[in-house]
Write a protein that binds this ligand. Structure first.
Ligand code: URA
Length: 209
C-alpha cells in the first residue's frame, strides 16, 4: 500500500493558515494557492527519474543530471484543480495537461464524468492528478479510475487539504496511488465540507461567492 505524505514544511503550513482565514481576499488566496502548489510540487516530483549526459560548462565538461522519459501529465479535476496547473508548469514547463470534469448526480450521489481530455500515449507517461480538496474522495477515486483505464506508467494524487474520509476512500479504491497533501483535517461535515478546512476552494479561488 502506498503512503500518504503530509508535507508539513513551515512555509506551506504558514501559507495554508492564511488560506484558511475567512477574510483572506480572492487575490491573496489565489496567489497563496500558487505558492503552496510550487512547494508541494517540489516534493511530489522528488523521485522523478534522471539520467546523466555530458555537457560543456565554460570551464570543462561534466556528466550532468537531466530529467528523462516522456513528458509527464498534470490532470486537474475541474474546477478547483486548475489553480494548481500554472505553478506546476513553472516547475515542469514541458509537462502536458489533461482535464477531467465530474459532477455529483443528485439522485445517486455518484460522480458522473462530463469532460475528459488527455494527451496521447498515456501508457508511456507519469500522471499527477490534482485537486486542492480531498473531501469524500469520490471524485478523486473516479478520476483516478478513469485515468487508469489509459494505463499510464504511474499516478500520484496531490491536494492541499484532505479529510480522513477521503484518504480512507482513496486508500481502499486505489491503494497503489500515493497521496500528497499539506494537511489532513479533522472531519467532513454533513454537507461534505472539510472541517476546519478553508471553505469551497473553487469559490475562494475564482471569487464566485
Ligand atoms: N470541496 C471544497 O472546495 N471544500 C471542501 O471543504 C470540500 C470539498
Amino acid at each position: 500500500m502506498e503512503d500518504v505524505t503530509v508535507i508539513d514544511h513551515p512555509l506551506i503550513q504558514h501559507k495554508l493558515s492564511l488560506m484558511r482565514e475567512k477574510d483572506t481576499t480572492t487575490a491573496a488566496f489565489r496567489s497563496l494557492m500558487g505558492e503552496v502548489a510550487l512547494l508541494l510540487g517540489y516534493e511530489v516530483t522528488r523521485d522523478l527519474p534522471i539520467e546523466y549526459a555530458e555537457i560543456q560548462t565554460p570551464l570543462t565538461t561534466m556528466k550532468a543530471p537531466h530529467l528523462v522519459g516522456k513528458k509527464l501529465v498534470i490532470v486537474p479535476i475541474l474546477r478547483a484543480g486548475v489553480g494548481f496547473v500554472d505553478p506546476l508548469l513553472q516547475l515542469l514547463p514541458s509537462a502536458r495537461v489533461g482535464h477531467i470534469g465530474l459532477y455529483r448526480d443528485p439522485e445517486t450521489l455518484q460522480p458522473v464524468e462530463y469532460y475528459l481530455k488527455l494527451p496521447e500515449q498515456m501508457d508511456d507517461r507519469d500522471v499527477i492528478v490534482v485537486d486542492p480538496m480531498l473531501a469524500t474522495g469520490h471524485s478523486a477515486a473516479a478520476a483516478v479510475a478513469r485515468i487508469k483505464a489509459f494505463e499510464p506508467r504511474s499516478i500520484k494524487f496531490m491536494c492541499l487539504l484532505a479529510a480522513p474520509e477521503g484518504v480512507a476512500h482513496m486508500r481502499e479504491r486505489h491503494p497503489d496511488v500515493p497521496i500528497y497533501t499539506a494537511a489532513i483535517d479533522e472531519k467532513l461535515n454533513e454537507k461534505g465540507y472539510i472541517v476546519p478546512g478553508l471553505g469551497d476552494a473553487g469559490d475562494r479561488l475564482y471569487g464566485t461567492k
